[in-house]
Design a protein around this ligand. Structure first.
Ligand code: ZN
Length: 394
């Protein structure tokens, strides 16, 4: 940010001047000098004339409240190339906790960017959805990460997480261990249907964002899916009118490129080889569901906006371009991605993205133990704002 930086709005979410945008510039502030930091030099400070709160240039930077700077682009690249957090920490000469902190910040930046770009997307393709199977904490807590993917572009539009009950063949000892663990945490038996209904809401958002006349969703024949679709009155109504169509294909059908589920199979394979925690027999599995989803958000940023659509054509289009995203807008967003801090109060998010931003998914065996930094909500002092207001995109 240049020395001529002007605060875009008051940093206090409870102030009348917090909701200013580029078309309605904020002017009710005064300069109140600066403070010096070793990393950022002189940092100008401001005070809001309406509420009296003070803030600085730093309040509006991605690196607010940090004492060391690292490249977020380097972070996403390393994370998406199967490097573990500890390996990144060793390369940067910092503790794994510092890397996790940057992952959280970076994830919120890309979630906000996704949200801004959604208004300019014009997808015309069919969609496919499925549950990617992985685990968190231990193999006694398998999960499904539902993914919603563009059939042609392989652009990932949305993801949602659900912890499952461990099933399948187990030794007597394992069964006893499961029973013991289930006294402390038990997966929601309706979790899959609930998670898929959140994916269905994202499908609806794509239909309305793109002003599409109709949209088709492909899945396998899991019985939870039609149940979850019918559970949402808006989705059920549009299915009835024929504007939304749900089509299924057996999961045992050959996994070729002509299979309508090829896009989800493709993403499955990519996740399995590129994200360390999802590699088969990994020793670096996720320990916290919220952190797992933050890392996934960063990976999908790399996949959607940075990676070429086909690796054999490194200069070819990205998945976002093939999905019909406005190229100029994407370029502009990418240039500013790691500069201006993303604010929840200035971002419209669907529920899965909001859950990731607020780290409000429960980690098995660690309920109520979620670490949420104050700045996630984006307030300076005082209590958390009404999250329903944030979810509505205020
Ligand atoms: Zn104010």
């Amino acid at each position: 940010m240049s020395p001529s930086f002007l605060p875009p709005f008051c940093a206090n979410p409870d102030c009348v001047h917090h909701s200013h945008g580029p078309k309605d510039p904020y002017r009710s502030f005064r300069s109140i000098g600066s403070y010096h930091t070793r990393i950022f030099g002189d940092v100008p400070r401001f005070q809001c004339k309406a509420c009296g709160r003070s803030f600085s240039v730093q309040t509006f930077r991605v690196d607010y409240w940090v004492k060391r700077r690292f490249s977020y682009e380097d972070l996403t690249h390393r994370l998406s190339s199967c490097e573990s957090l500890r390996a990144i920490g060793r390369a940067w000469r910092v503790a794994g906790k510092s890397v996790s902190n940057r992952v959280g910040r970076a994830a919120r930046q890309v979630l906000a960017m996704d949200s801004r770009l959604a208004s300019a997307r014009r997808p015309t393709e069919d969609l496919a959805a499925d549950g990617f199977e992985s685990f968190c904490v231990s193999q006694f807590f398998p999960n499904n990460i539902h993914i919603l993917v563009g059939a042609e572009s392989q652009f990932v539009y949305a993801t949602d997480h659900v912890t499952l009950r461990r099933k399948g063949r187990m030794t007597l000892e394992q069964k006893e261990r499961r029973a013991e663990l289930e006294r402390r945490y038990r997966a929601d038996p309706k979790g899959v249907a609930k998670s898929f209904s959140r994916i269905a809401s994202e499908w609806l958002r794509i239909l309305s964002d793109g002003s599409l006349p109709a949209s088709t969703l492909w899945t396998d024949e899991k019985r939870d899916y039609p149940r979850a679709l019918r559970a949402s009155p808006s989705v059920a109504a549009l299915l009835g009118q024929g504007r939304l169509a749900h089509r299924t294909i057996p999961s045992r059908a050959p996994r070729t490129m002509t299979n309508p589920l090829f896009p989800v199979n493709y993403i499955d394979r990519e996740l399995r080889k590129n994200l360390h925690e999802h590699v088969r027999e990994t020793t670096c599995w996720g320990r916290n569901v919220s952190s797992q989803m933050e890392r996934l958000s960063l990976y999908l940023y790399q996949h959607n906006y940075r990676k070429p659509y086909r690796v054999r054509k490194p200069r070819g289009p990205t998945h976002a371009e093939v999905a019909g995203y406005n190229l100029a807008m994407v370029k502009e967003e990418l240039e500013r991605l790691w500069m201006d801090r993303a604010w929840l109060t200035h971002t419209v998010l669907g529920q899965p993205a909001l859950d990731t931003w607020l780290r409000r998914r429960t980690t098995p065996l660690r309920p109520g133990d979620e670490y949420r930094q104050r700045h996630i909500w984006g307030w300076i002092r005082g209590g958390p704002r009404d999250l329903a207001v944030c979810a509505a995109g205020w």
